[in-house]
Design a protein around this ligand. Structure first.
Ligand SMILES: Nc1ncnc2c1ncn2[C@@H]1O[C@H](COP(=O)(O)OP(=O)(O)OP(=O)(O)O)[C@@H](O)[C@H]1O
Ligand SMILES: [Mg+2]
Length: 158
C-alpha cells in the first residue's frame, strides 16, 4: 500500500515531537506500528508518545521483556518485536491482549510480526538518511478510520 504522508526530522527531539503529537491525540485502542533499522529512532518516537500521554516513568527499549507498561492519561503498552524468535508463538501467548484496547500500543520492529499485527494501526517507517547524518525520513500510513483520524490530527496539523 502507498504511504499517505512523509515527514522529515533533523534531530532526535524532532522525532520525539512527532511521537508527542501522536500521544496527545491518541485515543484508546491506538496501535502504532514502528518499522525501521537499528538506531532509526523508534524508541525516540516511543518516548515522545509517552510524553504526549503524560507518562512519567522512564521509557526504554523493552529489550529483555516483550512488553513494558506505563501509566499515563491512557496506559502505554510498549512492545519490541526485535528478539522474537517466533512471532506466531508470541501472539498466541498473548502479545496482544484486550487491555491494549483501553490503552495505546507502540510496537517497535512491527514488520517482524507481519500479518500478525492488528489490522487497524498507524504504521510509521523510519529511514535514516544514507549519509549518516541525523536526518530521518518518516513515512506513514493509517489503516482504519480511527487511525486515519489520529494521523490527520497529529501528523497533518501544522
Ligand atoms: N532525527 C533523529 N530522530 C531520532 N533519533 C535520532 C535522530 N538523529 C539522531 N538520532 C539518534 O539516533 C538514535 C536512535 O535510537 P533509538 O533507540 O530511538 O533507535 P531505535 O530505532 O529504537 O533502535 P533499536 O532498533 O535498537 O531499538 C539515538 O541515539 C538518537 O539520539
Ligand atoms: Mg528501540
Amino acid at each position: 500500500m502507498e504511504d499517505q504522508g512523509t515527514l522529515s526530522t533533523a534531530a532526535p527531539e524532532e522525532t520525539r515531537a512527532i511521537g508527542q503529537a501522536l500521544g496527545s491525540h491518541a485515543q484508546a485502542g491506538a496501535m502504532l506500528a514502528l518499522i525501521g533499522p537499528l538506531g532509526a529512532g523508534k524508541t525516540e518516537l516511543a518516548k515522545g508518545v509517552a510524553e504526549g500521554l503524560g507518562v512519567t516513568s522512564v521509557v526504554n527499549s523493552p529489550t529483555f521483556v516483550l512488553m513494558n507498561e506505563h501509566v499515563g492519561r491512557l496506559r502505554l503498552f510498549h512492545i519490541d518485536a526485535y528478539r522474537l524468535d517466533d512471532p506466531e508463538e508470541a501472539v498466541a501467548a498473548g502479545l496482544f491482549d484486550d487491555r491494549q484496547a483501553a490503552g495505546v500500543a507502540v510496537v517497535e520492529w512491527a514488520d517482524r510480526l507481519a500479518e500478525r499485527l492488528p489490522a487497524e494501526r498507524l504504521e510509521l517507517t523510519l529511514v535514516p538518511e544514507a549519509d549518516g547524518s541525523d536526518r530521518r525520513h518518516i513515512s506513514w500510513r493509517a489503516l482504519g478510520t480511527a487511525h486515519l483520524r489520529l494521523a490527520g490530527d497529529a501528523l497533518l496539523e501544522p
